[in-house]
Design a binder for this molecule. Sequence first.
Ligand SMILES: [Zn+2]
Length: 387
Amino acid sequence: MREPVDVIKRYNLPEKVKFCKCCVISNQRPRICLDDKGICSACRFAERKKKTIDWNDREKQLIELLDRHRSKNGKHDVVVPASGGKDSAFVAHQLKYKYGMRPLTVTWAPALFTDVGWRNFQNFIQAGFDNILCTPNPEVHRKLTRLGFEHLAEPFQPFAYGVKNFATSMAVKYQIPLIMYGENGEVEYGGDSKNEEIPTHNLNDDLERHYFSNMGPLRWLEYGIKREDLALYLPPPAEELQKLNAEAHFFGFYKKWIPQENYYYAMEHTGFEANPDGRSEGTYSRYASLDDKLDGFHFWMAYIKFGIGRATSDAAHEIRDGHLTREEGVALVRRFDGEFPKLYFKDFLDYTRLTEDEFWEIVNSYRSPHIWKQTSDGEWQLKHEID
Ligand SMILES: [Zn+2]
């Protein structure tokens, strides 16, 4: 038996589960805050997006930023990390065709491309983009995925390194100081809101804390991963980034970030296709995170650790964007949240080389008693369901 993980301590979670009164998220999302009226920081930010932020002024700021970097000799002038999914397609396409930039799109390959993910990626490039695809050594990526799953309940851990660090490495390699990310997840979906009024992505502290759970790539050396195998996962040397005067910005700071609108935009402009199987497992939505066969496990493990599944995350921001009422959101969460991603379960086990028993042992070690209870016949149930 594996030692149970102290999830409360590890993620600094409140012991008493509370749900936001406006959306469906709970206070178990790391770093989110519920105010004295019981409303979460992401909902408060969504209000400001609608009421107080001057989007015309933000667009002016964007144009000033782009003008400062705009290439005069035809060279690439902005690096856009892109998978061909709806969000990065929106960012890259707007930068190129609306704002006249010359983006170099860079892609960190999923562990296991889905068919629809591959088609979307190809269609995206066909819409007129230069692209560099990085596919790390599958043997190394497989080991890191398994380590991430075992030690952090996060099979996407090595993917997070790649998405962030490969983009900055390419910025240095091609001497392109501007990097444009999509949305600031911490601000849009709830988390550390200190960055609400800041357009840039802090590539040092925040990266380590918010995206790598304080487990950067080099932490795996002690688990038998070799330094030379980590080259692609590491950031470029800090002094080179500094010399380049690299600045990473969030497009969502300058343009109102509405995932559903990005979906319509990408369908129209880059041939983006929603999930042909219908909704993704664990949610009602058809158009988010479709690229990797491991996607479902990333979301499902958040359900295990925090009681926050894929339907909760989707419904929360659709309520904030005014596309769902809270009542509809609650019904969707009750219906789909926590549905096991069985479609690619076998692929997941093959990829991580885990047996089914080992898989469940790891999963169950992350079921914190403040989130989960076991019925007399051994079935796991959430202690607090949304209402
Ligand atoms: Zn909320």
